[in-house]
Design a protein around this ligand. Structure first.
Ligand SMILES: Nc1nc2c(ncn2[C@@H]2O[C@H](COP(=O)(O)OP(=O)(O)OP(=O)(O)O)[C@@H](O)[C@H]2O)c(=O)[nH]1
Ligand SMILES: [Mg+2]
Length: 324
């Protein structure tokens, strides 16, 4: 395969080495290769693999405006205080551009911009087949390989994205805010099921305690968390805009992590994630190869026999798959 980019040749090995020594430009370049689905990705993945598996992935999700970006920034401060190297991936699954809605976040993240222990990157994923499921794991590997201890993934909460972020993360934090009709919202979006930690943000506003009460009530009503031996999600109140409650949030995340480690759940989640990732790549490769057959003689010949009633379409498909 070729790794020749327009103008200058890309030295993947060197780029990965620079990323590992925490050169932010190298990290940014590698994530751009992911976003662009560069043909060099295969080589990048191979070079990164031996250096990955260290980072803890934290997913943050919740309805628009609930305070995800503010909380992300506040959590970065808390993790830095604890001496951790932090990566932030802000993913907007609804936009094909990494500008737009995330611009405001860039301003918010400004306080971390000069900190060499923090990498921040926003990413659009709509252009990719499979959205988050495809590009985000690769970007996570870049940040992992670059030596991040923790990577925070923030998504704009729109339906499917909430569920997708859960499948990417070691621990999923679901944010709610008082007075947003979150009780009903939570039940609808299935976020009760995906949350490992609930954060009731904007606790400076009226209604935070009743939101906590509603949540507790709903958690008692059944579902995944009620099964014997299951993790009981913790509920933490915060005022992210004032950096209040962040110690409690990180403590709750650490408690979940410890629980997962002692129950084999962390390995199980990572294994499931890796399986989904391999599957997505394999399916894409198969689709490409079947696409190559379109208009080719093998498919034409089979199609002719199906059209003429000589062969049923299932047998024809079996023959096509067998010929790949
Ligand atoms: N009163 C109050 N306002 C807050 C708090 N946390 C965040 N906000 C404000 O809520 C607004 C939305 O915050 P964001 O952090 O942008 O929310 P978000 O969930 O990232 O929003 P999207 O990315 O658009 O979905 C901003 O004006 C924040 O300043 C809080 O604890 N209390
Ligand atoms: Mg945001």
């Amino acid at each position: 395969m070729t790794t020749v980019e327009p103008k200058r040749r890309l030295d993947v090995g060197q780029l990965v080495e620079r990323a590992r020594s925490a050169d932010p430009r190298a990290v940014a370049r590698l994530i751009s290769l992911v976003e662009d689905a560069s043909p060099a990705l295969r080589e990048v993945a191979a070079a990164l693999a031996p250096h990955t598996g260290h980072a803890f992935v934290l997913g943050l999700t919740g309805s628009p405006g609930v305070g995800k970006s503010t909380s992300t920034s506040a959590l970065v401060s808390e993790y830095r205080r604890r001496g951790q190297r932090v990566g932030v991936l802000a993913v907007d699954p609804s936009s094909p551009f990494s500008g737009g809605a995330l611009l405001g976040d860039r301003v918010r993240m400004q306080e971390h911009a000069t900190d060499a222990g923090v990498f921040i990157r926003s990413m659009a994923s709509r252009g990719h087949l499979g959205g988050l499921s495809w590009a985000t794991p690769q970007a996570l590997r870049v940040l992992d390989g670059a030596g991040c201890d923790i990577v925070l993934v923030e998504t704009v909460g729109v339906g499917q994205a909430e569920v997708e972020v859960a499948s990417l993360a070691d621990t999923t934090v679901v944010l709610l805010a008082p007075g947003m009709g979150d009780g009903i919202q939570a039940a609808k979006a299935g976020i009760l099921e995906i949350a490992d930690v609930f954060v009731v943000n904007k606790a400076d506003r009226d209604g935070a305690d009743s939101t906590v009460r509603d949540l507790k009530g709903m958690l008692g009503l059944g579902g995944r968390h009620s099964e014997a031996g299951a993790w009981r999600p913790s509920i933490v109140k915060t005022v992210a805009s004032r950096n209040e409650g962040m110690t409690d949030v990180v403590d709750a995340i650490e408690a979940h992590r410890a629980w997962m480690e002692s129950h084999g759940e962390l390995d199980r989640r990572r294994q499931a994630r890796a399986a989904a990732e391999v599957e997505a790549i394999a399916v894409a490769a198969l689709r490409d190869r079947i696409g190559d057959l379109r208009g080719g003689t093998a498919l034409d010949a089979l199609a002719g026999r199906v059209a003429a009633g000589e062969l049923d379409s299932y047998t024809a498909a079996d023959e096509l798959v067998a010929s790949l």
